[in-house]
Design a protein around this ligand. Sequence first.
Ligand code: SAM
Length: 262
Amino acid sequence: MLLNTRYMIQQTSRHFTPREQTHLARYGVDPLLQTYASAPVEYISGKAEFCDFIINVNENVLIPRIETEKLVALAATEIKKQLASDQISLQILEVGTGSGAITVALAKQFKDSWKKLQFVATDISKNALRVAERNAVELLGKYAPISFIKSDLLENTQAEQFDIVVANLPYIPSERIAKLDESVKAHEPVLALDGGFDGFAVIARLLDTITPVLHPKTRVFLELDHTHSLKNFVPYQKRGWQVTLSTDQAGYIRFAQLTSPV
Ligand SMILES: C[S@@+](CC[C@H](N)C(=O)[O-])C[C@H]1O[C@@H](n2cnc3c(N)ncnc32)[C@H](O)[C@@H]1O
């Protein structure tokens, strides 16, 4: 098994929790391995579980979180609805794809409808896109209808294109980054975490620039920080967006579903 050698440096000896031991055993990694005290086991094994599949991860991408499985479910419900309404084709955009977990999960779920679907997955990080592309090929094959584009938000996407947009962008308020668990702040990419002053800066920049790449009544699905609320969306409601918030598996506000104005 090919291990991530970055983590095989002699460091302080480490006690793995039962969950971590199970993960290492599942991927054939020796738990007596000497590693950084705080490295997430997913970066050591190079594997993370998401929805019903196993995805490749490395330190260039966020380890996909269980909350995000619900974001996938929300977007999947909308795709199903639009396919059932005899929509001839659907253009689906994911902004900030990281490991590709969300787009791969959606494309996998709707494999029978690939002829009608086109996915575009973007990230500002070229190294993240490499991981996402590898995951798409390994999990879906060479012919999955997905284009990966390096882009600062929507910069390199085309105008009036998308029917559904999904984004789990960085949303942690900057001042909270230093207080995160060592395993997160010392290892996961800050580019995937830091959402600016109130955690809403990157999301706001997306919403402020999104209209030209949407069909009317496009549905936008966002993952949020638990400190975000409808107050963050007031400027968009004033511009005619409809906004609904929903909670994650732990009961925290975590998702926004927006419908763009006509
Ligand atoms: C929270 S991570 C989510 C990754 C993945 N979608 C997931 O749910 O596991 C946010 C991702 O957004 C990307 N990102 C940050 N700023 C961006 C920007 N301005 N434009 C595009 N992508 C960006 C990061 O590189 C990172 O991969």
